[in-house]
Design a protein around this ligand. Structure first.
Ligand code: 3HC
Length: 698
């Protein structure tokens, strides 16, 4: 017989013989908010006071054990009991406490486990310390109990990478005492009975000794210096781990202070914004529509994009039929997909068996008629409206009723593409980013007549492919490429006015971008932008300031990395500025009568970022993006925007609308055509609101 007491809304204590089973039930992910913390403290106290209970076993209901501290409480006044105090109360229990986590035990959730006297995971468990992804270090004893249980090396690895470690691996290095198959409650109960029988040893982690591991500390410091220089608490994390060989309370105090300081740091705020951005973008007006089932997709085009999309779809468990017009194109597509999947196997992202299964679901074909039975088609041929309309006209006659007809166009008008069919409600833009098997962004471009369930299908597909779907309206370049096209011009203006390409790149890399715009241009191929500019030339407004430097470099056959020369030279000696490119810059300045000015790095960042923010603001104003946070997600997941800055419009809030308006007005004195204050920004400057306020309005 068992009886259950409700401790509070999220915690129950069940008496099962001599075992007190404490269940955490706080959907969706059992985050350790105030009620969970208070409930755990009270449940452990109640179990200690109950004479019939000899062992306490903690487990959780639902899809996962505790996914960490409740991030929504961050930045608000702290609510007692704190998580470190809660865990201390668990560890101080007179009666032994075991824990049986399932699903994921992350951050504070794993720290709760560390505070128990023994840990038996449920098979399938993954554990991690992902605080690092929020700009934080573990703040509830992970840096102190972690090394005492599993050593400094594993603690540093987990706390600095944030990776989810499979239960088997955690067992191998002592973080877990066991790993059993079964329901969490059963595993918890068995673990408690094993304690009663003396088969499972219990101990208080804080009473164990941690071993000094200088090599692990040195490696971690070197890694942080190289890869995490903007991280606000990474060095504190290493220092805290080092302190674990000393008194427990001293290490805890240091960890706590670093965590609290980290919470205030703008970099942590940016990273927390990025966490919510990834999730907020799935909240769309079509959210209630039922997605159409998608198991088999067609991909038209075996080029880089088509192959990347096919790889992503195959990896997500979908069947793919790829169409090309000629055998050599098809062979190239097959080769690229094979290479992508083999690469995933080599990097340990996919097993050989899964790769073979994926390839078995792949059917190349030269005949578009073969698309009759697919649930969704993605057209990924070159950007030519005539060609695309022709393809969509054919798809209209070939595809079964209800099939979703998608274009991967980067900037063309999806309404016009849809008009080539008699079923515009089934047509949508699914804009992937190259390499499509790696980049997480997927712009879901909604045309005027796209049906809500087709939009929902696009988002369901994004989720299945583990991508971040962002809803975009129709305009030239949608959200990302439209903003990119605008602010890229600033880099050219800066160079023509006196900065060097390297100075611009260095300033933006120090700001946090992985690569500055001139290095990116060289990498992508300068000829691509050149072709695009030639195409757009007839529509270019006469008032627009046009920088010819890139075109002149291309005219000399220098297309960037692929030709060994562009803004930089690429050869055995490494990368260095290309003297010929610098000469061209000088020639252009002279031809336009520009006397070069000097810019500070801050001025470069100011202009570049203000340009990005102004166009982003217009994209929100026009409803191309649903909310500012959608623009942030596009840049975080598709354009390498530094995560710790949260995205262009989160960053804009750190500057403030008033200052941004003042900047634009100042820049407009030199170029009133390019620099215009977006109406939305002016309104915000007047009424003191922020982009964050617009996010709340949804
Ligand atoms: N706090 C508050 N809300 C959380 C949360 C958390 N720790 N973790 C997830 N959520 C919310 C999400 O925002 C989402 O809300 P929504 O439905 O309103 O958008 C909902 O829970 C479901 O989350 P996902 O969509 O991410 O669900 P998945 O099933 O895809 O993933 C997960 C589950 C792997 C647990 C994933 O949610 C995750 O990685 N969570 C964050 C884990 C984390 O960062 N923990 C560390 C927190 S910091 C900490 O613990 C500090 C401590 O050391 C003191």
């Amino acid at each position: 017989m068992s009886d259950t007491t409700k401790i509070n809304d999220v915690i129950t204590l069940e008496r099962a013989g001599q075992v007190g089973l404490v269940c955490i039930d706080n959907p969706p992910v059992n985050a350790s908010g105030q009620a969970v913390r208070q409930g755990l403290v009270d449940a452990v106290a109640a179990a200690n006071a109950d004479e019939g209970i000899e062992v306490i076993a903690i487990y959780a209901a639902g899809r996962t054990f505790v996914a960490g501290a409740d991030i929504k409480e961050f930045g608000k006044p702290p609510l007692e009991p704190s998580l470190p105090d809660t865990i201390a109360a668990i560890e101080a229990s007179e009666k032994p406490v075991v824990v049986a986590p399932h699903g994921t035990a992350l951050g504070g959730g794993l720290e709760i486990c560390m505070g128990a006297h023994a840990r038996v995971g449920v098979k399938g468990l993954r554990v991690g310390l992902p605080e690092v992804n929020l700009g934080l270090l573990p703040g509830a004893s992970g840096t102190q109990r972690g090394p005492r249980l599993m050593g400094m090396k594993h603690t540093l690895d987990m706390a600095l990478s944030g990776r989810q470690v499979p239960g088997e691996e955690a067992l191998s290095f002592g973080l877990l005492d066991g790993l059993e198959a079964g329901e969490p409650r059963d595993v918890a109960l068995d673990a408690a009975r094993n304690v009663l029988d003396g088969k499972l040893k219990t101990r208080r982690t804080s009473e164990l000794d941690a071993e000094m591991d200088e090599a692990a500390l040195d490696d971690a410091r070197a890694m942080v210096a190289k890869k995490m220089k903007h991280h606000p608490t990474a060095l504190n994390c290493i220092e805290a781990v080092k302190m674990s060989t000393g008194p427990f309370d001293k290490g805890m105090a240091y960890e706590r202070q670093s965590f609290v300081d980290g919470l205030q740091d703008p970099a942590s705020q940016g990273m927390r914004h990025a966490f919510f951005a990834e999730r907020a973008v799935s909240k769309i007006p079509e959210g209630k529509a039922t997605p159409r089932p998608v198991e088999k997709i067609g991909v038209i085009g075996g080029g880089t994009m088509g192959s990347g999309i096919a790889t992503a779809a195959l990896s997500a468990g979908l069947a793919v039929r790829m169409i090309e017009v000629a055998q050599d194109g098809l062979d190239r597509g097959i080769g690229a997909i094979t290479k992508n999947l083999d690469g995933a196997v080599k990097r340990g992202k996919m097993s050989e068996a899964k790769r073979d299964e994926a390839m078995a679901r792949f059917e190349p074909s030269l005949n578009m008629e073969d698309l009759g039975d697919v649930d969704l088609v993605i057209e990924a041929v070159f950007e030519d409206m005539g060609v695309k309309k022709d393809i969509f006209g054919k798809l209209d006659t070939i595809c079964k009723p209800g099939a979703v007809l998608a274009s991967n166009t980067s900037y063309l008008d999806v309404n016009e593409i849809a008009s080539a069919t008699n079923r515009p409600e089934d047509v949508i833009g699914l804009h992937f980013f190259s390499p499509a098997n790696i980049m997480r962004l997927l712009e879901v471009v909604v045309a005027d007549k796209t049906a809500p369930e087709v939009v929902a299908t696009g988002f369901a597909l994004a989720k299945k492919m583990k991508k971040v779907g962002v809803r975009a309206g129709v305009c030239d370049g949608f959200i990302g490429n439209r903003i990119l096209a605008y602010y890229s011009k600033t880099a050219g203006y800066l160079v023509e006015d006196g900065a060097s390409p390297q100075q611009v790149d260095d300033a933006l890399e120090n700001f946090g971008f992985a690569m500055g715009p001139f290095k990116v241009g060289d990498l992508a191929g300068l000829d691509i932008g050149w072709a695009n500019r030639k195409r757009m030339a007839p529509n270019r407004p006469a008032e627009e300031r046009y920088v010819r430097i890139h075109d002149k470099i291309c005219e000399e056959g220098m297309f960037g990395r692929k030709t060994g020369k562009g803004f930089y030279i690429y050869d055995d000696e490494g990368i260095r500025p290309n003297p010929r490119a610098l000469e061209i810059i000088d020639e252009e300045r002279a031809a336009k009568g520009i006397t070069p000015k000097s810019f500070t790095d801050d001025e470069i960042i100011e202009r570049y970022m203000t340009a990005m923010i102004s166009e982003a603001a217009r994209v929100v104003e026009e409803g191309i993006a649903l909310r500012p946070i959608d623009v942030d997600a596009v840049f975080l997941f598709g354009y390498g925007f530094p995560r710790f800055r949260g995205g262009p419009l989160h960053y804009a809030d750190t500057i403030g609308a008033k200052e941004l308006v003042a900047r634009i007005e100042r820049f407009a004195q030199d170029d009133a055509y390019y620099w215009k204050v977006p109406a939305i920004l002016r309104r915000m400057a007047e009424d003191g609101t922020t982009f964050a306020d617009l996010n709340k309005e949804g």
